[in-house]
Each structure stands twice: as C-alpha cells, then as structure tokens.
Ligand binder design. Structure first.
Ligand code: HEM
Length: 397
C-alpha cells in the first residue's frame, strides 16, 4: 500500500475499521509529510511528542472559525466545544486551564475511588447473563462518575448520556447534516441545564466540582461564557473517550485470557494494563494543530507557517522505534507513556480520572465475573477520531 492510498483509506469506513496497517504504511513513508491536499500528517512517536509540546503551535480557536465559517456560533454544539479550553490559545487558555486545574485536582479525583468502585459493583450486579457491554457498562460508568463529580442528580444521567453522545460528533472531521443538527440541539439543552445548575450552586454551594468552579470564578477570572462552555466540555470530553477505553480494554482482555488471568490475580497490575490498553488501541486517534511561524525539525526538515498538522496519535503509539513489536499487547513493556491523552499545554485534564475508572473497573469485572466472555460478533463504531465499539455482546458467565 503506498502512503497516499493508505492515508485515503483512513477516511473510508473499511480503513477506519482497522487503521493500523495504514498507519504502518504512512509511518514507513515518513515521520512527517504533506499530503496531496496540502495537510501535513505526523506519524512517529518522537515527532508527535515533540510537536504536542511545541508552544509555538496553536489549536483552531474562535477567531479561526470566524474566518472560515461565519455563523458557527449558531450551532451550539460546535460553539460549546470551540469556546472551551480545548480550542483556546494563550493567554486565554492559560487562564482558563489554571482555573479548571485548581478545582479539578488530583485530590478530588483520588477521593472518587470509592464512588467509582460502588458504581462499578452496582453495574456489574445488575448485568444479566447475556448483555451488551457498551450499553450496560461502558456508557453508564463514565456518565455516572462525571455526573457525581459535577453534582448532577442521578435521575438526570440518562438524559445527559444521550445529549453527550449527540454532541461528541463535532469532534469528528466529517459528519452529516443530521448529526450536526442533533449536536446543535444537544448543545442548547446542555447549556440550558448548566445555566440552571450554575445559578443553583451560586445560591446554595455543595461539595461538587460545579460549586468549586462557580465559587472561584471571580478570583480566577473565568467569565460566565467560559464557565458554561467548560462545564459542557468536562461532560463530553470524559464521556465517550472513557467509554471507549472500557469497551476496547475489555475486548483486549477477552482476546488475551492469559493476561486477564494475571490481572484477575493481582489488581496492582491495573495501572500497567490500562497504560498498555491506551497505547494499543487509543480511544482518541488524532488531534490537530496549526503552525504560527516556521517550525524547524532538524533532520526531519521544516514546516512553513500557517499549515495544518494532523497528529496521528494512534500511529505514534504503534511506532516500532519507540515500542518494539508494537502490535503486541504487552503490559510488561518498560515506560509505556502513550500519547493517547495528548501532551503539552492541552494534555488531558481528565487523564487521572479516566485512568482511575479503568483501573478500578477491570479488576472488579474480572474477579466478580470470572466467566466473562464474548457472546457474539462485536461491531466497531464508524468513527475516525473517537475509536471504540458500537456493540460488544458478552456472556457474564
Ligand atoms: C480514556 C479517556 C480519555 C482520553 C483518551 C482523552 C484524551 C484527550 C486528549 C487526546 C486531549 C488533548 C487534545 C489535544 O491536545 O488536542 C484531551 C483533552 C482534554 N480532556 Fe481528555 N481524554 C479522556 C478522558 C477525559 C476525562 C474523563 C475528562 C474530564 C472529566 C477529560 C477532559 C479533558 C479536557 C478538559 C481536555 C482539554 C484540556 C485543554 O485543552 O487544556 N478527558 N483529552
């Protein structure tokens, strides 16, 4: 497969199903190259890590959208993501990120361990003998955890689940008009809900993250619009991504029963297993940056200013120069450090939470359900950026 047709295949349903052979072909061609349509693609672990940390690179922000899509703000799904920290550059990004990081602390995440374990046990106990894992476990857990963190009542979780799912489509490079319409409606609903929640926490603060963000907004200089967009982001950024880590991770364990036995016998192996799951089949496969001025990459050449780069995280994670025998699932690898959570200024704010959910969930799934097995054909979602399963039928033993 030549690199251009390999690249094209990623934008076709068959290529997306298993992008790894295409990544190999593209990476063998070059660590970075400009495709025929002018976009630049980055394929190796070294260059991806280096460019994620390059503070001269920018993410597409509101001003960029203004230049290319006059009424993007009218789609509230798009607007909530574009106005969030994910698509904001310094100095605004630095200020907003600092405000969020000051409240969404490692301590707050660690304190959720028991809440997560209780939700995992409750979900496992409710599983019937044959079930669809994504629907019955991988979706409800992250939404339950993020709702508990933000202080959203349990009764509202199913409502959130649907809207968060509709909104994530704006993270994909290609989507249908119908999907964009649903993202708009979901954005409107979520904004209305959070406006109510913010007003409620201003009146009567609680022990949740929303109250903490509201209480510190004045000191940290967070505007009302920023608070709103970033609450929506916290909900959607951590939802389908973590769902996909849980679904993909389970599938990997079922495909590697000898490794699953090791984790079942020793829950302390969970951090290494989860890192290797993230590397082996990343829930986020790519992200984008723009060059402001020329970027000198030494032996790898130079990128001119004003260019768009696609960083193929999923390819970087399978780079044989960084991970010998990269297509093998091997939790015993030394220093795994995948780029699945990005790197640099936009490094995933929710990484400790996502890791904790997976580290708690897998040992409990394996010990509470020792006979867990695949019970039919699993189907992938046809998505390029957020990679995961649509259905994963399992028998619980
Ligand atoms: C396995 C699960 C997850 C994966 C693979 C993941 C992946 C990522 C990646 C790749 C980025 C950086 C994007 C870029 O640089 O362009 C990111 C950013 C972000 N993630 Fe996650 N994420 C996960 C879970 C979560 C969770 C649970 C939360 C919150 C509860 C969260 C919140 C965020 C936020 C707020 C940002 C934006 C940070 C910034 O722009 O400064 N993520 N995530």
């Amino acid at each position: 497969m030549d690199h251009e047709s390999a690249l094209m295949s990623l934008f076709q349903p068959e290529g997306r199903l298993d992008p790894y052979p295409a990544y190999d072909a593209i990476r063998e061609h070059a660590g970075i190259f400009q495709a025929l349509d002018g976009r630049w693609f980055v394929t190796t672990h070294a260059l991806t890590s280096r460019l994620l940390r390059d503070s001269s690179l920018r993410v597409a922000d509101a001003a960029d959208y203004d230049r290319t899509w006059a009424d993007w703000r009218e789609n509230r799904g798009v607007a909530s993501v574009v106005l969030s920290m994910l698509q904001t550059n310094p100095p605004d990004h630095t200020r907003v990120r600092r405000a969020a990081a000051a409240t969404f602390t490692a301590r707050r995440v660690a304190a959720l361990r028991d809440v997560i374990a209780a939700q995992v046990e409750e979900l496992i106990e409710a599983l019937p003998a044959r079930t669809e894992f994504m629907n019955a476990f991988a979706y409800p857990l992250p939404i339950g955890v993020i709702c508990a963190l933000l202080g959203i009542p349990e009764a509202d979780r199913p409502w959130f689940r649907q809207r968060a799912a509709d909104l994530t489509v704006v993270l994909e490079p290609i989507s249908t008009e119908e999907e964009m319409h649903r993202a708009d409606l979901a954005g409107r609903d979520l904004e209305d809900y959070f406006i109510g929640l913010i007003a409620d926490r201003q009146r009567a603060p609680r022990e949740d993250l929303t109250s903490a963000l509201v209480a510190t907004a004045g000191d940290t200089g967070l505007t009302g619009a920023e608070l709103l967009a970033n609450l929506v982001l916290l909900l959607v950024a951590g939802f389908e991504t973590t769902t996909n880590l849980l679904g993909t991770g389970l599938r990997i364990l079922l495909d590697h029963p000898e490794q699953a036995d090791r984790l079942r016998a020793d829950a302390d192996l969970a951090p290494a297993f989860v890192e290797e799951m993230l590397r082996y089949d990343s829930p986020v496969q790519l992200t984008s940056r723009f060059t402001a001025g020329p970027v000198d990459l030494g032996d790898d050449g130079q990128i001119p200013g004003g260019e768009m780069l696609t960083l193929l995280l999923g390819s970087a994670n399978r780079d044989p120069a960084r991970y010998p025998d990269p297509h093998r699932f091997d939790p015993d690898r030394p220093s795994i450090q995948p780029v699945s959570f990005g790197g640099g200024a936009h490094y995933c704010l929710g990484a400790p939470l996502a890791r904790l959910e997976a580290q708690v969930a897998f040992p409990l799934l394996l010990t509470m359900l020792p006979g867990l097995s695949l019970a039919g054909p699993a189907e992938r979602r046809d998505r390029l950026v957020l990679r995961g399963y649509a259905t994963l039928p399992v028998s619980t033993g």
